[in-house]
Write a protein that binds this ligand. Structure first.
Ligand SMILES: *Cc1c(COP(=O)(O)O)cnc(C)c1O
Length: 394
């Protein structure tokens, strides 16, 4: 009898040979500039902890207090008995922060896309989507059963062409784009996309996961960056990146959020986010509203690190945000590079296919306000050493 699971070994071996097998490291300390990774103390360039809030004393304190006041879990979905006063408070506060009418707080950014997209379009409808949109958007689109039409990355003319040729054949249409693209660090031409969508009556949605807490005034995100407040029908956010906690947000016009509250399956069929997480998110919002200090520090660090990496001769791609890809080409080189960095005490992840296209493997450096100038200099020194050793720079 043949082994019905032997195909898994074949697939795993193929991944290994192509340098695409994911090596999952185990973290032994809180998230910060330095972390214990697989038992070793290393300088961290891997997390999305843009503002250093993941281990901030103010957030920890808020979470602890919330546990004492509310317990550890709501034990219900939001629509039955899981909607806490804290959830509602956070929704009001995040809506005000983003300059929109209303917001819905869900378990994660991933969930937010699964929740929002199928509520807005179905099988008689069409979605126009950027070629490089995040996996959670892609899955949300597939779940909706709508026709999915891809336009070229950040290409407004191509988006208009695809919309013009197809929009008349469907009941409703939705355009969806990442705000900041997580692998390249470039940003969507939101203002131009908005104009095109208005012209053809297409609903608009932007996923601001890497923009929130990073771009816009005081970290108010991509819509603020473009001054498009209240214009996008849906804004997706995550509290797991710059905010340092956990959770997702669907924000936008009241009519849209009211509808999504009736229809969003992760909201209706999966339990509510905990009071501790919610309180920590509120504390993060307080920090952001009180001062731009952390956002300013993040950008100062970003400018310094990118300038110095370019000076060393590295190709840092097209990023205009703190996401700093170090373009290396083939996946095995990127893996080797990451491994050597780690041996030298620097933790920076190699990213290859299918997360990025074949031949576009890279190391992705995530800059944070938690890094000191000394940390960045240490990182640059190790990048220079490994880069020369592997023949990437001279
Ligand atoms: C990270 C990310 C998500 C997922 O957010 P989580 O809160 O971690 O689930 C969704 N969309 C985009 C664009 C992201 O970069």
């Amino acid at each position: 009898m043949s082994d019905k699971l032997s195909w898994i070994n074949d697939e795993m071996n193929a991944l290994q040979e192509q340098g695409l097998k994911i090596n999952i490291r185990t973290i032994g300390s809180p998230c910060g500039a330095w972390m214990i990774v697989d038992g070793k103390r290393v300088l961290n360039f891997c997390t999305n902890n843009y503002l250093g809030l993941a281990n901030d004393a103010r957030l920890r304190q808020a979470a602890k207090r919330a546990i004492d006041e509310w317990g550890v879990g709501p034990a219900a979905v939001r629509s039955i008995a899981g909607t806490l006063e804290l959830h509602r408070e956070f929704e009001r506060r995040i809506a005000a922060f983003k300059g929109v009418e209303d917001a819905l707080f869900v378990q994660s950014g991933f969930c937010a896309n699964q929740a929002a997209i199928p509520a807005m379009v179905g099988k008689e409808d069409v979605i126009f989507t950027d070629r490089l949109n995040h996996a959670s958007i892609i899955d949300g689109c597939r779940l909706s059963s709508a026709k999915i039409l891809i336009y070229e990355h950040c290409d407004v003319a191509d988006a208009e062409r695809v919309i013009k040729e197809n929009v008349g054949n469907y009941r409703r249409a939705l355009l969806v784009t990442d705000g900041v693209f997580s692998m390249d660090g470039d940003i969507a031409p939101l203002d131009k996309l908005y104009e095109v969508c208005e012209k053809y009556g297409v609903m608009t949605m932007v996923d601001d996961a890497h923009g929130e807490g990073v771009i816009g005034r005081g970290g108010r995100g991509i819509v603020d960056h473009f001054g498009l407040h209240g214009k996008f029908d849906l804004e997706i956010g995550t509290l797991s990146k710059a905010f340092g906690v956990m959770g997702g947000v669907i924000a936008g016009k009241k009519i849209v959020i009211d509808w999504i509250r009736q229809r969003a399956r992760p909201f209706l069929f999966s339990s509510a986010i905990t009071a501790a997480d919610t309180a920590a998110c509120l504390a993060a919002l307080n920090v952001l509203e009180q001062s731009t200090e952390l956002v300013d520090k993040l950008w100062e660090n970003t400018r310094y690190f990118k300038t110095e990496m370019k000076r060393l001769g590295f190709d840092t791609g097209v990023s205009v945000t703190p996401i700093t890809p170090i373009m290396l080409g083939e996946a095995p080189l990127a893996q080797r590079f990451s491994q050597r960095l780690f041996e030298e005490g620097v933790f920076a992840m190699a990213i290859g296919y299918p997360t990025v296209p074949k031949g576009k493997a890279r190391i992705r450096v995530m800059i944070s306000a938690a890094h000191s100038r000394e940390d960045l200099d240490r990182g640059l020194e190790v990048f220079a050493k490994v880069g020369r050793e592997l023949g990437v720079i001279s």
